[in-house]
Design a protein around this ligand. Sequence first.
Ligand code: MRU
Length: 367
Amino acid sequence: MDESKDKNILDIETVDLDLKTDELVIIDQTLLPNRTEIIRLSTEKDIWEAINLLKVRGAPAIGVAAAMGMYVLASRIRVDENAKDEYGIFYEEFARIRDYLDSSRPTAVNLHWALNRMDELVKSMKDEPVSKILDAMKQEALDIKAEDIWVCKQIGEYGLSLIKPGDGILTHCNAGKLAVCKYGTATAPIYLGHERGYNLKVFADETRPLLQGARLTAYELMSAGVDVTLICDNMSGLIMRNGWVQAIFVGCDRVAGNGDVANKIGTSMVAALAKRYNVPFYVCAPTSTIDMDTGCGDDIKIEERPATEVTDMWYNEPMAPKGVKVYNPAFDITDNELITAIITEYGIVRAPYDISLARIMNGKKKS
Ligand code: MRU
């Protein structure tokens, strides 16, 4: 059902909870930019598939969808309130659904982070009636979304302090409003700069094979009136050599404790070129994406996706010989030495990252 006809994409919630029906409501991002369809989800299969098939995607948006989805599914667990072990029966089913949702995508840590946060909450209320636990879960999911908006705004302010009016900016994949709840991470400095008359010139990598840069970043930035130029992934070297970009902002799916970063496939190539041409390379990372339990990039599981994304998708007919071997990793690792700085909601951190990231994460725990 299309509830969004004629609305600017920026005015539609990326992820939402219908408080009347307890349904998860998302934009089906696989259809953008040609069709804007809002879908409502309330079964575990539909929510798992929405994350796995990238109807909702982008690390923070996946986290918010998982938290809201967990609430939606928990609210449908049937337990007799007079049962002898109401909590035990509820928790067993909750844990099964939590593990199932957690298996929908492997790389973005926000999925696990959000489910873990819901789990901690439920466990802390084991002596309460399930109805009270559900109320708390609903509030927690709404809080995770509200925090996401605050976090992105802070990242935007810090990011903006690193650039000046008129600068050219390159970004890869979509780490925009469609990957979060508002502002984006990598696009937050761009949106704030746009509001403040910075007149930034943005270059968006199309991001093969799923074209998140073309279908989503270019679309949302154009919808906001930002000056954006779409380029193929193999063009960024020339753009940098020409001196057309003064900074690169990208998002991330997981930051390891040593500062290695997993982000959309192709990011590490951009980072290596940025070093060659002396363009600062900034990773925009909510602290929910920083995983101090993962030591380095080698420990991050890289999602592999179907070969047809490379051979057939977007073409009228296959553009590769039938049966050809395909390698299709969805993410890559950018080594920490290629990263100029990591921008979090609590400030900008620089090498040595093992020390600066630990400092920021420890400070967060105290506050
Ligand atoms: O496969 P996707 O579309 O979920 O990948 C998204 C990215 O790699 C983004 O750059 C990342 O999640 C950062 S989102 C703020």
